[in-house]
Design a protein around this ligand. Structure first.
Ligand code: FAD
Length: 682
């Protein structure tokens, strides 16, 4: 492999041990070894089914078929090597076989495991684990997604036969969007209104068989595909209409809520417990975010170290590498800063969630509220910022970034749905914001809020603080960064609460009505708070990096400092409004931003190479490991099916219309056929 000279030189200039960063990303050297081995299992050189080379030219159905074939192959590898949960998860993510397995492994199977009684689970869980049944998650309807409480599908208990009757009573109650529903799944976890003796007990979950042994829809079930989407087109997102479908009573998921043979309903210990899978998937979204962003940045940074454009003002004979432009560095290194901050968020949330799961059923209300609020807000902030950063990475590749062959549009259009799915982002921010407002009111009354909000007890003291930093170094001190964001978000929280309370006194709908008139501010507050907890998670994570992987600490610290500066400058008004920062602080932060870009510049290639994506996985002509961008683009365009046909003598479109236009035949046809028939419009 002849590596592009600029890319090779950039790799030589990296000052930190890249492999150590790889170990950190993977969770230790043993995991790196294991992951490299897993990667070799799906190397297209061993089995061409894993080759992505033709993927941009495939139609929806061709792509779906390829994914099904690959999935079958991967299940064989799983059996053969007895791959367990972590290995399997990595393989799925690495190959991006996300359609079937995400829905089945991340939504369907864990819900069976966690929401079913032991007896139910012993029946269904082994079937799901062995893929003898394939499942999807049937929540969203045509008319309602975010507002789960207003879902309309009904599950009515029939005393006589000890069954539930599942029905879609209206057009808007048709299930719409669920992934892997249209063709793949045999079963689904259904969210429907539980009705017993005409009483509505709200939304509960049920397992429903969708297709029979010959894979035909069950009686009373109409299933179809929702059609082409913005991206992620190989996934068979579907619609589903029930017409009085009967399922046994035992198909209701009864770990928490129960319905007895006599139709007696018993209540769950905590109403929100059935949304447990949602929380865990928000955390999975944090992981997916780091993977998708690292892919896009690997492509864009490698390309920016190969692409030359614009004269070097120091030596007009030379052209600059585009990564040497400060503006390009800002676009891409801000993405790197976000990538590693999101990585620290993911680590923190995984630990918090493990603790939550261990104690499920006997959960303390405060922990539950904190897990819900943090997972909601961080999911929203992270996916919002990552989507923006992937788009920035695409734009930073100029015109070539618009080509599917760059690999970025595929990453971007797949990733884009994460801002809407598993809790639409605005609604997630609002949930976190309301939690903050509620906690603030508790603190104001003198009660303790605990957990990460224990500082609310000293809110009035914090609101009096002013930043004492005099130099950039002072400003970037970890504790000073956290104090700044804590002060800023608390200022927003306190002012917002005052404003809501003031207008509530005259609002016809009181406090709630006034809150509804402050939605933009609640979202703004929520984002500020999430930046604050991202910084806490990052600095806590950095402490252990400093102890255990000291060689990569300085560069990771520089990235988190850049994250802090970017977030602070984007909200500089909120820091200036009560004089916490002065204009001197803002100008120091601007200087710091540029200084950090210079520090990161020589390390950038190491920060993306550490993710160890191979060419087949990136599937990008621009992000090639050897930097042979132009050769690859030229080679790949030859695979475009219309170019292949032309080589075979068939010029697509010529006989179908172009020839008539160019020879003037189209005019003759008008004269012969149309003239005189068409009346001019008045
Ligand atoms: C690719 C893809 C895969 C999906 N997979 C699945 C799946 O497997 N299973 C499944 O069940 N669903 C799935 N979904 C559906 C997805 O979960 C929902 O689309 C998502 O929850 C958003 O809900 P919605 O579409 O009803 O948006 P809406 O709630 O209608 O949002 C539209 C707009 O209204 C605003 N809005 C709505 N309510 C409020 C409010 N109370 N306050 C302020 N603003 C509000 C939102 O902020 C947004 O701007 C999938 C969707 C996509 C795109």
């Amino acid at each position: 492999m002849v590596v592009n000279v600029d890319l090779a030189n950039a790799r030589k200039a990296v000052s930190f041990p890249v492999e150590e960063l790889t170990h950190f990303i993977n969770g230790g050297p043993e995991k790196t070894v294991r992951r490299r081995w897993l990667r070799s299992l799906v190397d297209p050189q061993n089995d061409p089914i894993f080759s992505n080379i033709n993927q941009p030219f495939l139609s929806r159905d061709q792509y779906y078929i390829l994914m099904i074939k690959r999935f079958k192959k991967m299940l064989q590898l799983k059996k053969l090597h007895n791959l367990q949960k972590d290995d399997w998860g990595y393989l799925i993510i690495f190959t991006m076989e996300l359609s079937i397995s995400t829905l089945h492994d991340l939504f369907f199977t864990p819900t069976l495991e966690r929401q079913m009684s032991e007896e139910q689970s012993s029946k269904w869980f082994p079937l799901a684990k062995e893929y003898s049944i394939l499942g999807c998650y049937l929540q969203t309807e045509l008319g309602h997604g975010s507002n789960v409480r207003k879902l309309e599908t009904t599950a009515t208990y029939i005393h006589e036969t000890d069954e539930f009757e599942i029905h879609s009573p209206t057009l808007t109650s048709i299930k719409w969007w669920p992934g892997a529903l249209a063709r793949t799944s045999t079963h689904g976890i259904l969210f429907a209104r539980l009705i017993i003796d005409k009483k509505d007990y709200g939304i509960h979950s049920f397992i429903v068989q969708l297709r029979d042994e010959r894979h035909k829809p069950m009686p009373g079930i109409e299933i179809g595909d929702v059609g082409p989407k913005y991206g992620y087109n190989y996934n068979d997102n579907g619609f589903l209409r029930f017409t009085q479908v009967r399922i046994p009573r035992e198909n209701m998921l009864m770990r928490f809520s129960k319905v007895s043979r006599s139709g007696h309903y018993s209540t769950p210990p905590h109403a929100k417990i059935i949304y447990d899978t949602l929380v865990s998937n928000r955390i999975n979204f944090l992981e997916l975010s780091t993977l998708f962003l690292s892919k896009a940045l690997t492509i864009a940074i490698r390309y920016s170290l190969v692409r030359k454009q614009g004269d070097d003002y120091k030596d007009l004979k030379n052209e600059n590498l585009i990564l040497d432009y400060q503006s390009q560095q800002y676009k891409l290194f801000s993405g790197l800063a976000l990538l590693y901050a999101s990585f620290f968020n993911k680590i923190y949330m995984q630990k918090l969630y493990e603790n939550y799961i261990k104690n499920i059923g006997k959960i303390d209300d405060n922990l539950m509220a904190e897990v819900h609020a943090s997972s909601a807000g961080l999911k929203a902030l992270c996916t919002d910022l990552v989507l923006e950063a992937i788009e920035n990475a695409r734009q930073s590749c100029g015109g070539h970034g618009y080509s599917q062959l760059s690999g970025i549009p595929n990453v971007l259009t797949y990733y884009a749905h994460l801002v809407s799915a598993e809790g639409e982002n605005t609604i997630m921010y609002l949930q976190t914001g309301r939690y903050l407002l509620k906690s603030f009111l508790i603190a104001k009354k003198g009660s303790s809020t605990g957990g990460r909000l224990s500082h609310l007890s000293f809110y009035s003291k914090i609101l009096m603080e002013k930043c004492a930093a005099e130099t950039l170094e002072d400003l970037l001190d970890a504790e000073t960064q956290l104090c700044a964001f804590r002060h800023m978000y608390l200022r927003l929280l306190s002012d917002l609460n005052t404003s809501i309370e003031t207008s509530a006194t005259t609002h016809p709908h009181g406090y709630d009505g006034s809150k509804a008139d402050h939605m933009i501010d609640i979202v703004h507050l929520s984002r500020a708070y999430c930046h604050y907890i991202t910084l806490i998670n990052s600095h806590e994570g950095l402490q252990s990096v400093k102890k255990e992987q000291s060689a990569i600490y300085p560069i990771l610290r520089a990235l988190i400092d850049l994250y802090f500066i970017n977030a602070a400058l984007n909200q500089s008004g909120d820091f200036l409004i009560d004089g916490y920062y002065t204009s001197h602080h803002i100008s120091l932060l601007k200087q710091g931003q540029k200084k950090l870009l210079n520090i990161i510049r020589p390390e950038a290639i190491g920060l993306v190479d550490a993710w160890e994506y191979c060419d087949n996985n990136l599937n990008s002509a621009l992000g090639r490991e050897d930097g042979n961008v132009y050769e690859t683009l030229y080679e790949w365009v030859k695979m475009e099916p219309m170019n292949i046909l032309e080589k075979q003598g068939k010029i697509v479109g010529y006989d179908e219309g172009l020839k008539d236009i160019l020879t003037g035949k189209y005019l003759k046809e008008i004269k012969e056929i149309e003239i005189g028939k068409v009346k001019p419009r008045l």
